[in-house]
Design a protein around this ligand. Structure first.
Ligand code: FMN
Length: 395
């Protein structure tokens, strides 16, 4: 199976299956001198952790263990390996499901491509949403490195089904509140509406799609290359590799395709002796290169395909059409749990490009950079849920 690695200079390789012993990530290209603890990573993992009412009831602690690349609390320059043990594994529903591939999941394609006997049918194997925990772990390292440039990456749920937040808010202090929300939104009124919608969908045994917006603040101009390695192309690939995504857009996005040039045009202005974009219609990237305006990305997710309502499929032993009801533990809405995953993938691409143009070293960090990291990382910490006591349950 190819394609388990992503990135050029800041390169991640994820490993593990949903119901295997552990999942994890090897991160290559981390400079020496970055203060890094498992708690830093755990705080980010807690944002995607299942086990609350608006996610799957699968109860994973997701306590990370750093097994290489950190010496005395600081990165050594070697590959950083993070392990996350799978604990709350119940593979029994998948025994019944293995001959009846779920149409919206990767099952049939995995069987056809790798062979039925090699296919780890338990919980989707490599194609499981659980793999994204490893991306979030790598994303924590990427986010922390980006703090050296003062870059903050903040995501939130923008819409669930047809329920959409109409406000355009691009103030980091407000958006950060989404980190503390069970449904990842900064707006209390929208939060209530989302919670009742998810409750209703779950009661019906159904699922629902949604959209996540992520904004990267303080990105310097100049990240990205003008031809194949356009920043937007790399971000699009990073986001479209997240399971369950159906689309990605920047700035005004698809709406631009319905506009006249006169409606869509941006203007260059001078502000404090600096050339800026007035409207940021393209979301911080023009010509494949960051403009210095906030990068605004939206990722669209389909409704979770495993639902308790009936799904038509084929029993591949008998080659007969049948109806299945997926009994396992599933997310009613992928978009909510995907917020930290989209943030992580954006962070990974930005670090990689910052390294490519020499703004972050692959060798070592300077003292000034470490000071900046502490300052900006503290902003995330102030908007992190308290560490769950179950973190002590290491075993
Ligand atoms: C955080 C997260 C959680 C997910 N949880 C589920 C789930 O509980 N049930 C499910 O059927 N799919 C879930 N998915 C989506 C599947 O992994 C995905 O649909 C599948 O791998 C097929 O890939 P595709 O939808 O990109 O084509 C989840 C995805 C993410 C990112």
């Amino acid at each position: 199976m190819a394609g388990n690695s992503f990135g050029l200079l800041f390169r991640i390789t994820t490993f593990g299956e949903s119901h295997g012993k552990a999942i994890g990530v090897v991160v290559d290209g981390v400079p020496a001198g970055l203060p890094l603890s498992s708690e830093d990573i755990y705080r980010e993992l807690m944002l995607r952790r299942p086990g609350h009412r608006y996610g799957t009831p699968r109860r994973e602690l997701d306590v990370p263990e750093i097994v290489s690349g950190v010496f005395r609390g600081v990165t050594s320059g070697g590959p950083v390996t993070v392990l996350i043990w799978n604990r709350d594994v119940d593979s029994s529903p998948y025994e019944e499901l293995k001959y009846t591939p779920r149409p919206g999941h990767a099952d049939l394609q995995m069987i056809r491509k790798y062979g039925f006997d090699a296919w780890d049918y338990r919980g989707g194997g490599r194609a499981s949403g659980r793999e994204t925990a490893a991306r979030v772990a790598a994303g924590a390292i990427a986010k922390k490195l980006l703090c050296s440039l003062g870059i903050l990456i903040i995501g939130y749920v923008r819409s669930i089904g047809k329920l959409r937040l109409e406000k355009e808010v691009h103030d980091p202090q407000i958006l950060l509140r989404a980190r503390l929300s069970p449904v990842k939104t900064f707006d209390p009124e929208f939060e209530n509406k989302v919670m009742s919608l998810i409750d209703e969908v779950r009661r019906r045994g159904d699922s629902i799609g949604g959209c996540v917006e992520v904004v990267a603040f303080n990105v310097p101009p100049g990240l990205g290359e003008p031809v194949f390695d356009k920043l937007k192309a790399d971000i699009a690939k990073a986001i479209m590799s997240i399971p369950g995504t159906v689309g990605v857009e920047f700035g005004l996005g698809m709406r631009l395709s319905e506009m006249l040039g006169s409606e869509a045009s941006d203007s260059l202005i001078v502000e404090d002796g600096y050339v800026r974009y007035l409207r940021n219609v393209q979301g911080g990237i023009v010509g494949g290169i960051s403009t210095g305006e906030p990068i605004i990305v939206r990722a669209y997710f389909k409704p979770t395909s495993s639902i308790a309502l009936g799904i038509r499929t084929v029993d591949i032993r008998k080659m007969r059409e049948v109806e299945i009801k997926v009994r396992g533990r599933h997310d009613p809405c992928i978009a909510i749990r995907a917020v930290p995953v989209v943030e992580a993938m954006l962070a990974i691409v930005l670090v990689d490009h910052a390294m490519r143009c020499g703004l972050i070293s692959t060798d070592r960090l300077t003292l000034r950079e470490v000071k900046n990291i502490e300052k900006y990382w503290d902003i995330y910490l102030r908007y992190s849920p308290p560490i769950d006591k179950s973190v002590e349950d290491r075993g």
